[in-house]
Design a protein around this ligand. Structure first.
Ligand code: 13P
Length: 282
């Protein structure tokens, strides 16, 4: 069933678990996430990136919304990392449940201004808004320790940011990175505690692929209610599809689709169990 992202996050926060938001690009990805969530009776979020929308248009949102409506578990559809007001407006008009207004590359005041404008628009349409304070790196390579620290979320700015923008969820930067971790991940849990102390809305952690299980469960216990997962399921699907094409003497597209769906389901199920959301769907 299709529900609001705010409802999913509130419930998670209240019952001390987190919701997984999984980036999907294709129907196989959508099917893998829905089927994994149904298998372990978990709520989940289907998440789309602006780059995928650019390629295939808002039909991807329509596909996710319909899959969420048909699902036996509560689900919503979220626009991930969007800096473009035009894309945000298009996604909202296409019926998306929630958006991430991403002004994290901007200086604090401009991030706040951009986020406030996008939040006002989304809220006027009864949708949920996530924003980011601090700036997540794509990789740790080439970033000095001082640079890295400057990009982390400042707990003292977090209260102002949330109060002035009206967002429902805040993505924090505490040493998490998108994509692969090239050295063992180091999350600044003291910083997370300081943010959680000052901010009462659900917190979001991006860059979940590759984070050790213990860090994830600790983050949940400290108020993280949404985890974004992309690399692990995308890589699983690509690898399985490639293997199928190499090994099959007479490849069939529908068999390749099935192989990819099964391969992507595994990491999704593992994450839903880890986040504590398995078994939480009514
Ligand atoms: P990973 O690719 O590291 O899982 O990060 C996903 C993400 O944060 C998307 O917003």
């Amino acid at each position: 069933m299709l529900v609001s992202t705010e409802q999913l996050l509130k419930q998670a926060r209240q019952d001390s678990y987190a919701v997984g938001a999984f980036n999907v690009y294709t129907l196989e990805g959508v099917r893998a996430v829905v089927s994994a969530a149904e298998q372990v009776h978990s709520p989940a979020i289907l998440q789309v990136l602006p780059s995928a929308l650019e390629l295939v248009g808002t039909a991807l949102i329509a596909c996710c919304l319909e899959a969420a409506r048909q699902a036996a578990v509560p689900m919503s559809v979220h626009l991930d990392h969007c800096r473009s007001p035009t894309t945000i407006t298009g996604a909202l008009n296409a019926g998306i449940s929630s958006i991430m207004a991403d002004g994290s590359q901007l200086p604090f005041a401009r991030n706040m201004d951009f986020t406030r404008r996008m939040a006002a628009l989304a809220i006027s349409m009864q949708r949920t808004v996530e924003a980011e304070l601090g700036c997540l790196s794509g990789t740790e390579d080439g970033i000095t320790v001082a640079d890295r620290k400057a990009r982390l979320t400042d707990p003292d700015q977090a209260t102002d940011f949330v109060d002035h923008t009206g967002v429902h969820a805040l993505a924090v930067c505490i040493g998490n990175v998108h994509g692969r971790y090239h050295s063992p991940p180091e999350l600044d849990f003291d910083r997370l505690a300081a943010i959680a102390d000052r901010v009462s809305i659900p917190l979001v952690l991006h860059g979940t692929s590759g984070l050790p299980d213990a860090m994830i469960t600790r983050a949940v216990s400290m108020g993280v209610a949404k985890f974004n997962v992309n690399t692990e399921l995308r890589d699983a699907g690509i690898a399985a599809g490639g293997r199928y094409m190499r090994l099959s003497e007479k490849p069939e597209l529908v068999d390749r689709m099935q192989t990819e769906i099964e391969a992507m389901k595994h990491p999704v199920i593992a994450k839903l169990v880890l986040f504590g959301s398995a078994g939480k769907a009514p």
